[in-house]
Design a protein around this ligand. Structure first.
Ligand SMILES: [Fe+2]
Ligand SMILES: [Fe+2]
Length: 265
């Protein structure tokens, strides 16, 4: 695996690597007379037509059981929006499931660079990563049970579940790319954790509006864990990019301390 230290090498992607050709290209650009300079109008028009005809990312399924139908109907009669809550719970379930896989991939990567980690440069430990991975897997099970408790089908792909699945594709690619370093992998995981926190906040608010007090309690406990994950990952990421004192000293709002050796969530 490429180590996290970014090295100077034979990268030729920038124009400074070919000054003569760059000048020739820019000179040609001035000479070539284009009948139509062109802009993005036609592209936008084409996209607009597709958007106008778009049918959305699918639908939220009708409950497949009598109990589910009765439960959803009762909530709707009370003025609640159980379908929105079910869609967002399915979204969190999809993301927690993906997060579990992201941490599995991080554990694999960590095992390869274990030598570096044990030399004391980084405070990340296998136990801590495995513990976070366990949290994510438990969160997925909490959501599965929550969806079932409202009569929904936790195996259904709802529009929001589909959405986060696509959003997370890049993160999965980063973690499973054998070339990515520990720092680069942690960067992708930090992206997942940041979005996770916001996702749980929305879900808690929706559960509250749907008067699902037990779910609000369970989801709030999960959010507390997610916030700890975020601080730990931020700390490990700072260390992995070589920040000696972390970013907490100069960046307002950053929490210090979590993720350091011996700190557990
Ligand atoms: Fe999570
Ligand atoms: Fe997390």
């Amino acid at each position: 695996m490429a180590e996290q230290k970014e090295h100077v090498g034979m990268n030729k992607t920038g124009v400074q690597m070919a000054p003569l050709q760059t000048k020739a290209m820019l000179d040609d650009d001035k000479i070539i007379t284009r009948a139509h300079p062109g802009d993005e109008t036609q592209m936008a028009q084409l996209r607009a037509s597709y958007i106008a005809e778009g049918e959305g990312l699918g639908s939220i399924p009708v409950p497949g059981t009598m109990k589910g139908m009765v439960s959803m109907g009762a909530h709707m009669l009370m003025g609640d929006q159980p379908q929105v809550l079910l869609d967002k719970m399915a979204e969190r379930l999809a993301m927690e499931r993906t997060a579990t896989r992201l941490y599995d991939a991080l554990l694999t990567k960590l095992d390869v660079v274990a030598q570096e980690v044990t030399t004391g440069k980084l405070s990340i430990t296998r136990d801590d990563v495995a513990s976070i991975r366990g949290d994510e897997a438990r969160h997925a099970l909490i959501l599965r049970d929550a969806i079932e408790s409202m009569g929904g089908d936790p195996t259904a792909m709802t529009p929001s579940a589909d959405l986060v699945g696509v959003e997370a594709m890049g993160l999965v690619q980063v973690l499973n790319d054998p070339r990515t370093s520990l720092a680069q992998s942690l960067h992708a995981i930090l992206t997942a954790e940041l979005s996770d926190g916001v996702g749980w906040e929305t879900l808690i608010a929706l559960a509250n509006e749907n008067k699902q007090d037990e779910l609000v309690r369970e989801f709030s406990a999960a959010l507390t864990q997610e916030r700890k994950h975020q601080v730990m990952i931020q700390t490990w990421y700072d260390e992995a990019v070589g920040l000696t004192n972390g970013a907490t000293a100069v960046v307002p709002g950053r929490q210090a301390g979590a993720g350091m050796p011996g700190s557990r969530h």
